[in-house]
Write a protein that binds this ligand. Structure first.
Ligand SMILES: NC(=O)C1=CN([C@@H]2O[C@H](COP(=O)(O)OP(=O)(O)OC[C@H]3O[C@@H](n4cnc5c(N)ncnc54)[C@H](O)[C@@H]3O)[C@@H](O)[C@H]2O)C=CC1
Ligand SMILES: CC(=O)C(=O)O
Ligand SMILES: [Mg+2]
Length: 439
């Protein structure tokens, strides 16, 4: 496991080279350094806040001991948990977009003024998208059955993930994501519940709903609701994975449609990745899963299966894994020149550095090849186009937009670039408009 993030506050004499001593000590203990913030720079001493990812508490103790062993005035002041701190009080809030300072404001925003807007919407329901926030709101619906790769830990335990998705929708594309935590995973009840609440939203994002029930839930909601519905773990992930595959093929001079691709794990993410690759025109897509029913679904969509993990690893140029099983791919299974996308969160099937060391030409994990690169722009584009569905042409347009926005040497662009989400949103909107015209 590699997901214990701690902030180590270190004071050292203000002398060139001391930061290097500290980072070397952390590196020698295999701590993974993130942000380094300068807290105080005085004539005598300097204080820095160093974010370090460790495997577990025991590993953290080793990192701390290594820093303390430097001596010569290097001291640890505190070890804090900034991840937990960032979650105090939650990460989202419903805020107003209008100030109420006078009686006039009150009467405009609330009664009696508001009544005339209600009556206008009653007469012309389509006006709701101009006079309410509905068109900018996305319900983030989970039943808590496949929270990241942590399994069925329940909706409430999954709330930090849903709040995270909401933060990303807000900050990257200006949409309001509202978590809806279900206490049922029965498809009939989920579909009924979402149908009963859908009219308050412009779109529905299904999140971390496990397979196979996620397939039925999404298909039924898509068929029965007049607004876009997308299970992000399926199609958001598939879009970003297709973009990563296209970029890797471009860099290695491989024709993606002729590459042999292996998908390990055919759940929500894996089956959608297979479907997306086939829709793009990749002919040789193989899969494996420990569940026979998952293999049957693979065959139904036109994918081919392999008998064992070893066979898949041996035969495929590009390997993608979404099993939730940390360390499933062993370095000795990696073939020279292979492209490996080990996408399980929070811990990949193989660490990218390990895969590269074992001979892979490209390797990435679920931190970089992550649906955050796609879903904000996909939802923004679909809502801007007033699309009723998110279709394959819209998803492929999103993947191609991501590819067009990738700089040389990158496998996938950073989601921190606001221009990326804009480019994806425009591509999706244009694809939706084209589909409308052709109908
Ligand atoms: N990087 C990204 O953007 C995303 C990553 N993921 C990650 O993918 C993983 C799976 O997520 P979902 O598809 O939603 O879960 P899921 O539960 O729907 O699918 C997991 C599948 O893997 C199969 N599996 C488990 N162990 C296996 C093994 N040893 N060999 C072969 N197959 C095996 C299971 O039978 C199941 O079909 C999670 O860790 C999640 O964090 C999911 C969505 C997005
Ligand atoms: C990124 C994401 O949606 C997942 O790991 O489930
Ligand atoms: Mg997810």
């Amino acid at each position: 496991m590699q997901h214990l993030i701690r902030n180590i506050i270190v004071e050292s004499p203000s002398k060139v080279g001391n930061l290097g001593l500290v980072t070397s000590a952390i590196g020698a203990a295999e701590g993974d350094i993130g942000d380094i913030k300068l807290i105080k720079s005085g004539p005598l001493t300097t204080v820095r806040d160093i974010s370090v990812t460790c495997r577990d508490e025991v590993h953290l103790e080793t990192v701390i001991a290594n820093i303390e062993a430097i001596g010569n005035g290097v001291e640890i002041h505190a070890v804090t948990d900034d991840v937990l701190k960032a979650h105090e009080g939650g990460k989202i809030a419903m805020k107003s977009t209008i100030d109420v300072r006078s009686l006039g404001d009150l009467q405009r925003v609330y009664t009696p003024g508001v009544a005339s807007v209600c009556l206008e919407i009653e007469k012309h329901p389509e006006q709701a998208k101009y006079f309410t926030s509905i068109g900018k709101s996305v319900a983030i619906v989970t039943d808590g059955t496949a929270i990241l790769g942590l399994g069925n830990i329940g909706s409430v335990a999954g709330m930090p993930v849903m709040e995270g998705k909401s933060v990303l929708l807000d900050q990257f594309v200006g949409l309001s994501g509202v978590p809806i935590l279900l206490d049922t995973s029965d498809p009939d009840q989920v579909v009924e519940t979402v149908k009963h609440i859908h009219q308050g939203f412009g779109a529905i994002l299904l999140e971390d709903i496990g397979s196979p029930h996620c397939f039925e839930i999404e298909e039924r909601l898509k068929a029965e609701l007049p607004i876009p519905v997308m299970h992000d773990d399926q199609h958001g992930t598939a879009v970003v994975t297709l973009a990563a595959v296209l970029n890797a093929c471009r860099a290695t001079g491989v024709d993606p449609t002729k590459a042999t691709v292996g998908q390990i794990g055919l759940g929500a993410a894996g089956l959608a990745i297979v479907r997306m690759l086939l829709a793009y025109g990749v002919k040789d897509v193989y899969g494996i899963d420990r569940q026979p029913a998952a293999i049957e679904r693979l065959h139904n969509y036109g994918g081919k299966s392999k008998e064992t993990l070893d066979e898949l690893m041996n035969d495929c140029d590009i390997v993608i894994a979404t099993t939730g099983v940390e360390g499933l791919i062993k370095p000795e299974m990696v073939r020279k020149g292979q492209i490996i996308l080990a996408l399980s969160n929070p811990n990949p099937e193989i660490q990218p550095a390990e895969a590269i060391k074992a001979g892979a030409a490209f390797a990435a994990d679920g931190r970089s090849v992550n649906n955050v690169v796609g879903f904000p722009g996909i939802f923004r584009g679909a809502l801007d186009a007033e699309a009723k569905q998110i279709t394959y042409p819209m998803l492929i347009a999103a993947a191609e937009a991501i590819v067009s926005h990738t700089r040389r040497g990158e496998l996938i662009p950073t989601p921190l670039d606001p221009a990326l989400h804009l480019v994806v949103a425009r591509a999706v909107e244009e694809a939706a408009a084209k589909e409308k015209q052709s109908q």
